[in-house]
Each structure stands twice: as structure tokens, then as C-alpha cells.
Write a protein that binds this ligand. Structure first.
Ligand SMILES: [Cu+2]
Length: 194
């Protein structure tokens, strides 16, 4: 009898396990993915940003907080190929809660880029914290070739930081997601340099 009971417990346990796995796969049970949404991180309001920033992997900012430099100490260049030696380096992936407090926090998803507009001052150090808030890959980039080096690729759910000096000329600089099809569905925005 005891052996029979044990067998029933094993069979019953296996059935419960299978049902839980099925529900998880079918989406009936939500397993937290670690992706933090814009709602959880507070309002993504229009903001300006300036100052010394620290995030692992990020190009260093000069002591005075005025210039984004290479590790050698020379200023980065913004009209070069992203990822090339003179380009500003994006940070390693970080937790959104570790984002520099003075950074502009931007969410990228199939819904668009939010905020889609932000303002900066001419020449100031601009720090962007970019998060892919859905389960897709996104690539933040500017249209203007004078900012071609500022590009950040994000795996699903990932947050990375980039810093660069704003252009010295007033104007509107369009940015977009460089993944094919993403800009046409609305992943675009404007940086206003005042
Ligand atoms: Cu995208």
C-alpha cells in the first residue's frame, strides 16, 4: 500500500509540474523578466543634463565636467564611426536604478522613443541613459553625420549610458532607432540644442 501511495504522489507531482510549466509558457503565469518599464522608473520628463558621470565602460568626463574624453585624455570625436577608437564609448549594461542621476533617461520600445524630445545647452556634456523597455533589440543613433559616433545598441531589457558634448550650434538634431523598420514605425525623436 505504501509503495502505491508513493507512486501516486510522484505521478501527481509530475502532473502539477507539467501544468505549471504549460501555464508559464502559455503566458497565463507572468514570470518577472527583470525588464523595468518606464512606469516603474518614474516619469520620463523632458530634462537637461550636465556634469561628471561615472558608469563602467563609459568614456571619462574631464575633471571640470566639461569635455568627454578618451581614456588617453584627448577629447572624443563625434563625426567618426561608432565604436571606433576616437568615438565615445557607451557604458557596459547597468541596472536602471544605477543610472547617473543627472542623465536624461530615455526608453526605447516598439511604442517609440520616450521622451521623444529633450533640450540641451550648446557644448554641454549630455548624458543619456537608454533602456530597451520591451523584448526587442534597439539602436539609438543620430541622423546628422556630426553626431554619427553617438550610437548605442541595446539588447532586450538592457540599459546603457553614453555621454558626449552637445553641438556648439543651436538647432534640432533628429535621432532614431537604427534597427530596420523601427524608425518607420515611429521610433524617432529630436534633441533641441539651445
Ligand atoms: Cu528600435
Amino acid at each position: 500500500m505504501n509503495g502505491n501511495k508513493l507512486a501516486w504522489w510522484i505521478v501527481g507531482g509530475a502532473i502539477v509540474g507539467i501544468v505549471i510549466i504549460y501555464l508559464a509558457i502559455s503566458g497565463a503565469i507572468k514570470i518577472p523578466s527583470g525588464v523595468r518599464t518606464a512606469e516603474e522608473t518614474g516619469p520620463l520628463a523632458t530634462a537637461t543634463s550636465q556634469g561628471i558621470v561615472a558608469a563602467p565602460g563609459l568614456s571619462p568626463v574631464s575633471k571640470e565636467g566639461q569635455v568627454v574624453n578618451k581614456n588617453t585624455g584627448a577629447p572624443v570625436k563625434l563625426d567618426v564611426t561608432p565604436g571606433s577608437p576616437d568615438a565615445p564609448q557607451q557604458s557596459d549594461p547597468i541596472a536602471l536604478r544605477d543610472a547617473p542621476t543627472n542623465s536624461i533617461k530615455i526608453s526605447m520600445s516598439a511604442e517609440g522613443i520616450a521622451p521623444s524630445t529633450f533640450r540641451v545647452k550648446r557644448g554641454e556634456v549630455v548624458t543619456l541613459t537608454l533602456t530597451a523597455t520591451d523584448n526587442q533589440t534597439h539602436v539609438f543613433a543620430f541622423e546628422d553625420s556630426s553626431l554619427s559616433a553617438v550610437a548605442v545598441g541595446l539588447a532586450p531589457g538592457e540599459t546603457r549610458v553614453t555621454a558626449f558634448n552637445a553641438p556648439s550650434a543651436r538647432g534640432e538634431y533628429q535621432f532614431y532607432c537604427n534597427v530596420p523598420g523601427h524608425a518607420t514605425r515611429g521610433e524617432t525623436g529630436t534633441m533641441i540644442v539651445e
